[in-house]
Design a protein around this ligand. Structure first.
Ligand SMILES: [Zn+2]
Length: 361
């Protein structure tokens, strides 16, 4: 089999694409950052770096300091981290205006919304995204994207929403109001995990306006597998096989508003395997490889480059990477944890056999 599609040259056993763009990654700080950032930097030209560190990134100045820390990590190469702000109540319209212009060559590429109590360090957010009126107005004015962790955790009577239905509630009750109230706001629905969200995006998605990112784990696993495996504990929760199939069908379509965001989110093994368990999957060491495997399964390798490397940067007003990466069909496995300088172990996704491997030039 031999076919040419755009820039992708593919002989079925090997695929060369522009270096991928991770539209959603958590790089943490300190010893963890220094241990894990290289895995993203080896595989991705750029990444949108999430701001839910402790303390959260709320100002351009804090983002500049954070970017310097990332760029000082080992194995960084030409990798370019793109910074974001956390939509806490401390973020002002004036800071949005300043962040869109930037300083010292650093600007802010998006503002991340976490629902109340949703995930790691999200306790400083707005209870309801629609409360953030002045900030959203300014973001709409300056063209700053809103990155949504689109889940409802508590209903209007303060009752907990079934965590398997939180994204469905958000897409049904909140997202349409947001789209209506801010007709020019650029919105990314992050880590699509449900059939309802996939359907909503297929109907309403639009390159410059409403996009969605998709993780490896929501394309690979089902609720049954995730419920018995602490390593697959993640928000939004991994859902039923019907949801997984809807998301797989969505990426197979090759729509220009659907692209990769790994949501790679490392935690020390001690926290991940504790009885309460931390939410987050560290997928960076195998994400590009697993996306490739999934696209091969979907018979859609010709759409891989756009999904991994082209549509993401386009949404953020950037050119795709000028570098390329070659993947070859070859079985391998991740057998060892990543260890930080403090001796903490971080277990990556990928202890099952992976069928594609990055080829070192
Ligand atoms: Zn995330």
């Amino acid at each position: 089999m031999l076919y040419l599609t755009g820039y992708t040259f593919c002989v079925s056993e090997q695929v060369t694409i522009k270096k991928p763009f991770d539209a959603h990654v958590h790089l943490r700080r300190g010893a963890m950052l220094r241990a894990i950032t290289r895995y993203t930097a080896e595989r991705f030209g750029h990444a949108i770096v999430m701001p839910n560190t402790d303390p959260p990134i709320e100002t351009l100045d804090a983002a500049i300091v954070y970017q310097q820390e990332i760029l000082a990590a080992p194995g960084i190469g030409n990798f370019e981290p793109l910074m974001t702000l956390d939509l806490t109540k401390n973020v002002t319209p004036a800071e949005i205006e300043r962040s869109a212009v930037g300083s010292e060559g650093v600007k802010i590429y998006g503002v991340k919304y976490y629902p109340w109590g949703a995930t790691t360090n999200s306790q400083w957010g707005y209870r309801d995204i629609l409360e953030a009126k002045e900030v959203l107005k300014e973001m709409e004015r300056v063209g700053m994207p809103l990155l949504l962790h689109g889940e409802v955790h508590l209903d209007e009577h303060d009752a907990a929403v079934d965590p398997y239905k939180g994204e469905q509630s958000f897409v049904r009750d909140v997202l349409p109001r947001l789209l209506e109230a801010y007709p020019k706001l650029k919105i990314s629905l992050e880590h699509v995990s449900s059939g309802e969200a996939a359907d909503f995006l297929e109907k309403n998605g639009n390159e410059g306006r409403l996009v969605g990112t998709v993780t490896v784990h929501h394309l690979l696993y089902t609720r049954e597998e995730a419920e018995t495996e602490p390593m697959l504990k993640v928000k939004p929760l991994i859902k039923n096989s019907s949801d997984k199939e809807k998301i797989r069908a969505l990426v197979k379509k090759g729509l220009p508003f659907i692209f990769a965001g790994t949501d790679s989110a490392p935690h020390p093994e001690s926290k991940k395997l504790s009885p309460t368990g931390a939410y987050g999957i560290f997928s960076a060491p195998a994400a590009v490889e697993l996306y490739t495997q999934i696209f091969e399964e979907l018979d859609a390798l010709d759409k891989l480059e756009n999904f991994l490397s082209v549509y993401g940067p386009k949404f953020y007003g950037l050119e795709p990477s000028e570098e390329t990466i070659t993947l070859q069909k070859k079985d391998w496995q991740i057998t060892e944890a990543v260890t930080t300088e403090d001796g903490e172990k971080v277990l990556p996704l990928g202890n099952e056999t992976i069928h594609w491997q990055v080829k070192n030039n």
